[in-house]
Design a protein around this ligand. Structure first.
Ligand SMILES: NC(=O)c1ccc[n+]([C@@H]2O[C@H](COP(=O)([O-])OP(=O)(O)OC[C@H]3O[C@@H](n4cnc5c(N)ncnc54)[C@H](O)[C@@H]3O)[C@@H](O)[C@H]2O)c1
Length: 348
């Protein structure tokens, strides 16, 4: 299978390396409007500054799009209409309408279209998903997905709205996708608070609350200017709470515990032997009442995205990332923007 990559920047160069690490695949072409970005590529890779000439190369079977977000629809349509299969970086499009146009073209040209949602394979997420699916905490009522950064500003094209910048399109798309991939219950409401804290044009903080029919509430919070001087501080956290225990995870390489109690704290007696009501629930529990267990370990790696892609395109298994799922994520993002603008929940 021969690949060509459009946009040889941060992510495009990673795609070239991953593609070449599979013996079934070979990256044979790269396209970037900035010739500097094409310097130093392996000599076997033909370099183009013009996308139309790149797409005329009949040997390219699959085009990977890793250009800034505002180009995704245009570049995907060009590649699809040239008869190429497409893997588009996330977000696959900037709205549901854009994606529908891309899907219509892919169906018409009988080619496949998917998006690089490799964070479904992150270890921290897989550990939470495993615990959720195995009902290790009983009935889960709350899941929190948190990403706090220090640096405030985002960079290069990400700071411009017209380029498809901002954290909702950058990280929000991954974080929403993870929750929807895990909680397979109909979504009932979306509430979002999306802000520009340090950046002028684009969002750099958001809280999104998703309420599902099975009574699970998922809260996603990201900020690029959330400071801490705590030792061992991690940017990434998960919390999950159920009626049989709680679980936390710190970091992308997950460190965390499942916590359970030997008895319900409501039955605690005070020093005089009197029954203590729920207020004591917030006191420090007696030694031994809370015990911990290891979080599940799931052997997973993000390059499995390509391993699946190779098998899927050969018809051996379904694509890991399917178009209806991507449409669902974009629909939730559209609803989140609407909710934030109207400062109220949006029924889904
Ligand atoms: N899946 C992930 O984890 C992940 C991580 C980072 C970035 N991304 C995605 O990858 C894409 C690229 O992001 P990046 O951080 O690599 O950006 P980048 O700025 O590092 O790279 C973009 C490249 O595209 C080139 N380019 C711009 N306009 C072009 C055009 N019209 N035609 C051809 N080339 C053009 C630029 O010269 C640059 O080399 C974005 O969609 C981003 O969301 C995904």
């Amino acid at each position: 299978m021969k690949f060509g990559v459009i946009g040889h920047g941060f992510m495009g160069s990673r795609h070239v390396a991953i593609i070449d690490s599979f013996e079934e695949c070979e990256c044979i072409a790269a396209c970037d409007t900035d010739p500097f970005r094409l310097k130093g590529l392996d000599k076997k890779i033909i370099c183009y500054e013009d996308i139309d000439l790149f797409l005329e190369n009949p040997s390219i079977d699959v085009v990977v799009i890793a250009t800034p977000n505002k180009w995704h629809k245009e570049h995907a349509l060009k590649a699809i209409n040239a008869g190429k299969h497409v893997i588009c970086e996330k977000p696959i499009a900037l709205s549901v309408d854009e994606l529908d146009e891309m899907k219509e073209a892919a169906d018409r040209m009988n080619v496949t279209l998917t998006s690089h949602h490799q964070r479904r394979l992150d270890q921290d997420f897989q550990a939470i998903k495993e615990a959720y699916e195995r009902e290790m905490l009983g009935n889960v009522y709350l899941i929190k997905s948190v990403l706090y950064g220090y640096n405030g500003y985002t960079h290069s094209w990400h700071v411009y709205k017209s380029e498809g910048g901002g954290m909702l399109y950058n990280w929000g798309v991954h974080l929403i996708d993870q929750i929807l991939y895990m909680v397979s219950s109909p979504l009932k409401t979306v509430y979002a608070d999306i802000r520009n804290i340090i950046n002028i044009e684009v969002d750099d903080y958001f809280k999104i609350i998703l309420k599902f029919e099975n009574m699970v509430t998922a809260e996603i919070e990201l900020g690029t200017y959330m400071l801490s001087d705590k030792e061992g501080w991690f940017p990434r956290h998960w919390y999950m709470f159920g009626n049989k225990g709680s679980m936390y995870i710190d970091g992308f390489i997950p460190e965390g515990r499942i916590l359970r109690t030997t008895q319900l704290l409501a039955e605690t007696l005070d020093e005089e032997g009197r029954y203590c009501g729920p207020t004591r629930s917030f006191g420090i529990p007696e030694k031994g009442v809370v015990y911990t267990q290891a979080i599940p370990y799931v052997k997973t790696e993000t390059r499995e995205f390509y391993a699946n892609y190779i098998r899927a395109i050969q018809g051996k298994e379904p694509f890991l990332v399917k178009l209806p799922e991507l449409r669902y994520v974009l629909k939730v993002m559209d609803a989140a923007i609407k909710s934030s603008e109207s400062m109220s929940s949006v029924a889904f």
